[in-house]
Structures are given as C-alpha cells and as structure tokens.
Design a protein. Sequence first.
Length: 374
Amino acid sequence: MLNIADTLHRWCREARPFALATVVDVTGSAPLPAGTSVAVDEDGTAVGSVSGGCVEGAVHELSRQVLRDGGAPQRTRFGYSDDDAFAVGLTCGGELDVLVQRIDSAAQPHLATALSEITQGRPAAVAQVVDGPEHLLGSTLSVLGGDRATHGRVDDGPADRVIADRARALLRTGRTARVDIGGEGDGCPDRLSVLVHVQADPPRLLVFGAVDFAAALSRAGRFLGYHVTVCDARPVFATPTRFPHAHEVVVDWPHRYLENTGVDERTAVCVLTHDAKFDIPLLRLALDLPVAYVGAMGSRRTHDKRLRLLREAGVGEDRLARLRSPIGLDLGARTPEETAVSITAEIIAQANQGTGRPLTRITGPIHQPSRGHR
C-alpha cells in the first residue's frame, strides 16, 4: 500500500472508487514483499506492482472484476507451474497471496487521513484484515504517529483495541508485518490475520568522526533512507560544507552527544575516528544502548587495543560481542566509497539476519521468511 501512497491519497481525495490488490503473504522467492500493492480505478488505470511483471495481467483483471461487481474481497494465490507453460505464475519459483478489495473512500475516510500523513513523511500505520470472517475481510483502521489515536474500525469491539495496540508496537519499531490475533489471550472471539502497513520516522545513522570515510558513509546512508548525523568534537572538521549529504552535522564530544540524543532498536552507530580518547567512552556507552548496530573502524592492531581498553573500562564480554570491529564486510574495500558500501552492507545484513555470503555459495531460498521491513 505504501508503495503507491501518493496515488491512493489523490484518488481518495477525488472520491474515486478503486480496487486495491495487496500482497498479504509470500512463500519462497518472490519479487516483492508483503504489503506491496497495485490499485486499479474504474477506467482500468493501474499503478504499482505486486510481482515485478509475472502476474500483473491476472491481478489487473481480477481487480477490475472486483471493482465492477462490487462484491466481497477475494484472495488468490499465485505460484510457479512446471506443468503448464502458459499458466499464470511466478517464474522465480515463489508463491504469493494477493487480497483484492474495493475501496470507497467515503466509507473509510480515515484512509485519506492516514495516506495524507504518509505522503507528508509523517509516521502512520494502516492495519488491514487479510484473513478471517468474510464480513471483516479487508477492513482497516489506522494509527497516526502524533496522536496515536485509532481511526476507523474493524469490528467496533475488542478486536479494534488489540489491532491498534499491535499497530502502535510495529509503528515504534518501524516494521510492516503480519500479525495474528484472536483466541483466549486477547479477548477477541474471531481469529484474524492483520497486515499492518507502517511508515515510521526514518532510522538513524550516527557517524562519529568527521573524516573522508564519514562523507562517503553519510551519502550511502542517506541513499538507504537513514537520517544521517555526523558528529565530531573538532569544529574545523565538522562542517556542513564537508558533509553535504548528512541531515545534520554536530560539534560535540561523541559520547556526550550520544548520551543526549534519541536512539532506538533501528539506530546504527558507526565510529570512524579510531582515536582512543573519543572511541572508548563512546563505545562504552553505545554497547550498553538498545541500538541495532555498533561498528568501529580500525586495523586489527587497533581493534585488539580497543578491546583491551574497553575491558579495562568495565565492558563485559557479552557487550563486546555486539561490537562490529573492524567495521564492515570483507569486500576488499580501499576507497572511502568502497568502504561505505562495505559498512552499509554489514548494517543491512545484520538488520535482515543475512549471512553476508555470496548467493552462489549458499543454498535455499534467496528471500528468507519475512521479518517485516521499514
């Protein structure tokens, strides 16, 4: 849904009915993740993609049928067929479930509000029932980042409260994910599967050390969608002119800045100074924070000395195990730009629990079971 938020917002403002086809489950290697959507209006105009081309024609026809008939939402599974070369399926060998439903913005005005927040870059979550009783299928509610109030409803009962709580939790972590509710534990009589589409504030990349490698890393981090901060205690080096791709450049002692800034479980901390007077107090603090990644630049010799100093500073082995040092994956990187790719590749691999190994050297599905995405 969020991949076409701009168009959906415009169509809702225009009160234009449309069919929304959303990937609600993915098995094996599929081109696009759960939450990706195609929308088709009454003229047959389509925006978005659910498969990168493999099944778009079939989804388009099903969307037009649902829009024309005005009936109940429909779920369809697409997969690979060895038996019929002309069957509609995914040539990549995976399977995906697609939910197609008619959207009338007048009946769900909260969607326009949520989409407006999303198109303006503000955090919001839209929860969509993708499995459960037929009368609830396709129902939506939304949670906005600012007020955290619930807008819209699913069943006007206990399910709304539980879904809203799950949506708020995913909004905090910045993940789009599918959640199951219902049963004795949460007071919901119906078992429901809900896909929560999340747009959160961008994750933070904190780069400490105003060096050439930091300039390249800030550019790569911004490209990947991070909010990038470069921090250094030396004002002559820490200037916006030297780091045009950083969202902010801060002159402060690194550990003092980290102590007073907001971080969360999506934050990546990259220490590029390899100077003990900056690194040790900074890493001592960073390794004790609930951040996603802590990496430090330096040679093997620098790394060994750094570990010794951190141990002397009272950092335990469990915390030291979190430290990625020397920073980055083994790509043979030499230039600042190559090193930035090496570092961001390691950040991506850790976030997605990837191995960092060449795909030619591993077996099994290319895309692992979804753990949600930003």
